[in-house]
Design a protein around this ligand. Structure first.
Ligand code: 2IO
Length: 403
């Protein structure tokens, strides 16, 4: 039985409505110890920013057990100092070269319009399974360099990797299946890396195959990075895309404003990211005893930065539960950089390296979608959500408008 006096992330309530559980926690303390999840939950915006900006006081050592077994090597989020900086520069170069080269975004737009066209003959669709998810998989495979015919193969492997990293309650038997899947995924990418080394194409794996070793990457690290980027680029993408469509169809006045001035798409996206951050939990481990919001956290504790709670902190955002296009406290000038007034991409040293890519491909895909959206409306009870570590729509039902 759920008790609002001792709320926990490991409850059915947290899956149904995490924001209500965060508020139950906030009523107890701004930094609340979840005894079932064994984690200190940071519920305020300032608290989350403090933790994320202090990479020395709050480490990412949890990834050694939570990610390294499936990724096969250390990734950027685990590194600090010059190793981190050099490998991040290399990865950012690769991302820039592939994703900003004039071919990538038109391909993203083309994928999105092709998926909408396929839906044109139908009277009702599930936007998540028929458009947003295939879109996220296809563009991410293109980015990394995984050919069309392998896509159905890698999707379940990637699911296992995501689940291994993000499930809060782990059942040992399922975990060994996920570990095995991750092994197949790594072996597949390693072979592909060798193929691309001989015959490079315009994709991230070819970039890393040719230039990775100059930046100090071993082949195992390139494979780990490829798996990391696959999950980090695809997992939040269909979720944010689905929330964008949901909010747009839910608010005809906002739709009209944005349609009239497509530059407003940026503002719209930032507010969607604030209200529906797809990554809800960013874990850290306290190094030494730490104090956050006046609460003392013992050394070596698991600390959960709760992004959705920070984004609904009334001290930071006025009427935090309300969608407001172009909030003054959410300046878009810096919204996709580490100085952002939201923490959907984290903060500090390990700020998301894909934020620019996310912005560009979401905005491109959404601009393409706006014309098609005229033909669709929300069905009754359109939205179902799932997940906690990463949260997003499992269904978004649309029906054709009669006109
Ligand atoms: C494997 C959780 C979707 C990241 C980790 C190092 C992942 C790392 C994140 C995000 C989003 C995923 N953590 N991206 O929170 O690369």
């Amino acid at each position: 039985m759920y008790d609002p006096q001792s709320p926990t992330l490991l409850s059915g309530e947290a899956l149904k409505d995490p924001y209500a559980v965060y508020e139950d926690m906030r009523r107890q303390a701004p930094v609340y110890y979840d005894r079932l999840a064994h984690a200190w939950c940071i519920l305020t915006f300032d608290g989350v920013r403090q933790v994320l900006k202090d990479a020395d006081g709050f480490s990412s050592d949890h990834l050694r057990e939570r990610a390294e077994p499936v990724l096969g090597a250390r990734v950027l989020a685990q590194m600090t100092g010059s190793e981190h900086d050099e490998k991040k520069v290399a990865t950012l170069r690769g991302l820039a070269e592939i994703a900003m080269d004039g071919y990538y975004l038109p391909a993203v737009e083309h994928t999105m319009s092709r998926l909408w066209e396929k839906a044109e003959g139908k009277t009702s669709i599930d936007f998540v399974s028929e458009i947003a998810n295939p879109f996220a998989i296809e563009v991410t495979c293109r980015l990394i360099g995984i050919g069309q015919r392998w896509q159905n193969r890698v999707v379940p492997w990637n699911r296992s990797v995501v689940e291994f990293i993000t499930l809060l309650q782990k059942e040992p038997h399922d975990m060994s299946r996920r570990l095995a899947d991750a092994g197949y995924f790594r072996a597949f990418i390693l072979r592909l890396l060798e193929v691309r080394r001989r015959q490079p194409r315009r994709d991230l794996l070819s970039f890393l195959a040719r230039q990775g070793s100059e930046y100090g990457f071993s082949d195992n690290e390139i494979v780990a990075l490829a798996l990391n980027i696959f999950l980090a680029a695809s997992e939040p993408l269909d979720k944010v895309m689905s929330y964008m469509v949901f909010e747009m169809l839910n608010m005809p006045d906002v739709f009209a404003t944005v349609k009239e001035n497509p530059r407003e798409v940026s503002k719209f996206l930032v507010e969607v990211l604030r209200l529906h951050p797809p990554v809800q939990i960013i874990p850290r481990i306290s190094v030494g005893e730490q104090t956050v919001e006046g609460v003392s956290i013992p050394a070596g504790s698991m600390v959960y930065c709760l992004i959705g709670a920070a984004h609904r902190d009334p001290r930071q955002f006025k009427d935090p539960g309300v969608f407001v296009l172009g909030r003054e406290d959410n300046l878009i000038r810096s919204a996709f950089s580490p100085s952002a007034q939201h923490v959907a991409f984290g903060s500090g040293l390990h700020f998301c390296i894909g934020s620019m890519l996310a912005r560009r491909q979401l905005e491109a895909a959404f601009r393409v979608s706006m014309d098609y959206l005229d033909h669709w409306q929300l069905a009754a009870d359109p939205l179902e959500e799932r997940g906690l570590y990463t949260r997003g729509p499992s269904h978004l039902r649309l029906e054709r408008t009669r006109s």
